[in-house]
Design a protein around this ligand. Structure first.
Ligand code: ATP
Ligand code: MG
Length: 582
């Protein structure tokens, strides 16, 4: 039993000055966590109780898919991260340190390397596979903007698991088992969550999905359908494109003099003065943006032109997500010097193939669509430039910035842009780490096969804050019972010994029946303060033993609905236990 007279807890009346989001404000005020430094927190007894409950649910569901728990060090020698290339790739987010002899180490931001090496050390035959291992461990990332309290820490707890299979089908099955386990975890924890596609498959079709808790304070932007259950992050989203046309079914290409049309709107106005037999809008123009890309390991930047409808903005982050690990940036004047055929402000796709410049279009630029675009000459545009007749792009890439109302590629209904918190991530990693570390198994014929891996993470500390974010109300925290630090918060009010005796006896009776009790047995604290604390702490059932005891009743309150019921003292233990179990 937790007794408030001795519990290591101080609640605060005022919000911490640095709190940007409700979960941060409330977890600090309710005495669940305390800040040590930016992104670094201590967990006090009530916070730790919630954290432990989250871990328990995660462990149960990992066990249910046969994943076995291990534990790795957080302190990792540099060489191990050199071997995977991540000593360099991780950049400033990696905490690096030296020992007394000058040897370099890092504090693990995630543990693919160590899992791969461990399995390589122990297993060698196809008979050993498949395998799934996990750990619940403290991770370190020097996040650029640790904000929102424990939602984005620099030291935080993650459950990370890894699956090891010998075939792509095996990996798909392991991935599915994890995905199902994650659904059970987040459902049991009481989350409202979405599963969002995290990559469009440009990286060899390997699956990657994020579990997101929709909330206004979330840092992640994602897109969800207003009708079906399609959701994707903005890098991976696919939107419906218009139907393709017949490329031969258009007027002939026409080059037009268009001086002094520096913006799309001035160009559209000019076109509409020209009497071309059609009313033009910005959506009829094709905007060609010059970017540059660099493949991993290369020092050469190559030009890339991306075509989007002129009424749309280009989303460089979205393009980058699909081209990864190839880097992409806006091209500067010095890059443009590489291709003198490109006339700034008047670039059209008609000559790009001859100029040997790679050209990709957004899928909205469908086969057979006709456009007004640059004529590759100063002060000139061309109209009726048709994809499939006047130019053929090298491929398609989702490049436009997604807007509310873009259409779902699954069902055609409008999409909406939402904010959420990433709770977890399931990812078909493939053979990258197995190749880097030579993790192979001998097959039936004694031939080595490279193992294929999946990587799966749940933010444990983040889950506590995200739950607080989704479940709190204006009065305070409001936990789902499964993670609440207690089932019942008993408040004894007044000065009367009989009240405290009755409350103690109820508390003892409940505890004997396996109900978890938080008992406010403090003397000399006003009822008002006790009620406020009970609302702030967020235990789902509140029991008040006070004035009504004279009439032989106590009051039962539901923290979430505030529904109040009077119960005879004699029935109190049974009635409360029943309320807790319902
Ligand atoms: P984010 O985009 O939020 O930075 P990530 O893509 O870096 O997350 P992963 O590397 O996939 O995250 O880590 C797995 C899980 O760990 C995430 O889904 C998230 O729940 C949690 N997590 C990641 N970074 C942090 C952090 N700084 N603080 C708390 N939890 C984190
Ligand atoms: Mg991150």
């Amino acid at each position: 039993m937790l007794r408030l007279s001795t519990l290591f807890l101080r609640t605060l009346r005022d919000d911490p000055a640095d709190a940007e989001v409700p979960s941060h404000r409330l977890l600090v005020r309710a005495g669940y966590v305390r800040r040590v430094a930016p992104g670094i927190y201590s967990w006090l007894p009530l916070g730790l109780a919630v954290l432990n409950s989250v871990e328990r649910v995660v462990r149960e569901e990992m066990a249910s898919i046969g994943s076995q728990e291990v534990h790795f060090p957080a302190l990792i020698p540099r060489e191990i991260f050199e071997a995977s290339g991540r000593w360099a790739d991780y950049g400033d987010a990696l905490f690096r340190l030296r020992d007394r002899k000058g040897a370099e180490y890092l504090l693990g931001p995630t543990h693919e390397e160590l899992f791969t090496l461990l399995v390589k050390g122990e297993y060698s035959s196809y008979k050993d596979y498949p395998l799934s291992l996990y750990q619940i461990q403290t991770k370190f990332r020097d996040e650029a903007r640790p904000r929102a309290g424990i939602l984005r820490g620099r030291e935080f707890i993650m459950k990370d698991s890894y699956s090891f299979d010998l075939s792509d089908e095996g990996l798909a099955a392991s991935y599915k088992a994890h995905r199902d386990a994650y659904e059970r975890i987040f459902t049991r924890l009481g989350f409202d969550y979405r599963i969002a596609f995290a990559m469009s498959g440009a990286m060899g079709g390997s699956a990657s999905e994020e579990f997101l808790a929709p909330t206004p304070s979330g840092e992640d932007t994602f897109v969800q359908c207003t009708n079906c259950d399609y959701a994707a992050n903005t890098e991976a989203v696919e939107i419906a494109a218009p139907a393709p046309h017949d490329p031969t079914d258009h007027d002939a290409q026409q080059v037009l003099d268009t001086p002094d049309t520096p913006t799309i709107q001035t160009l559209v106005d000019r076109l509409n003065e020209m009497d071309l037999g059609k009313e033009f809008t910005a959506a009829d123009t094709l905007k060609n943006v010059v970017l540059k890309t660099r493949a991993p390991g290369s020092d050469e930047w190559e030009l890339l032109v991306v075509g989007v409808p002129g009424d749309r903005d280009v989303d460089l982050k979205r393009i980058g997500g699909q081209l990864e690990p190839t880097e992409v940036e806006q091209a500067g004047p010095e890059d443009l010097a590489q291709a003198p055929q490109l006339v700034k402000g008047y670039i059209g796709p008609q000559i790009l193939a001859d100029a040997k410049v790679r050209y990709l279009v957004d899928p909205l630029v469908v086969e057979g669509s006709a456009w007004v675009t640059g004529a590759n000459q100063l002060d000139r545009h061309a109209a009726f430039v048709v994809r499939g007749r006047d130019f053929t792009p090298d491929g398609e890439i989702g490049a436009v910035e997604i807007r509310d109302g873009d259409l779902c590629s699954r069902c055609g209904s409008p999409l909406k842009i939402s904010r959420g918190i990433e709770l977890g991530h399931v990812f078909q990693l493939g053979r990258k780490f197995a190749e880097a570390f030579g993790l192979t198994a001998l097959d039936q014929n004694g031939k080595p096969v490279t193992v294929t891996m999946g990587s799966y993470g749940v933010g444990i500390t983040r889950a506590v804050a995200a739950l607080a974010e989704q479940t709190h109300d204006e009065k305070g925290l409001c936990w789902p019972r499964i993670v609440a630090p207690a089932d019942v918060h008993i408040v004894a009010t007044g000065k009367d010994d009989a009240v405290f005796e009755a409350a103690t006896s109820i508390a003892d009776g409940l505890e004997a029946g396996g109900v978890r009790v938080l008992y406010d047995d403090r003397r000399g604290v006003s009822p008002g303060v006790k009620f406020k604390d009970a609302e702030l702490l967020g235990v789902p059932t509140i029991v008040i033993v006070g004035k009504n005891l004279a009439d032989g009743v106590i009051e039962l309150r539901d923290r979430r609905t505030d529904e109040r019921t009077d119960v005879p003292v004699a029935d109190a233990v049974d009635a409360i236990a029943a309320a807790v179990r319902s």
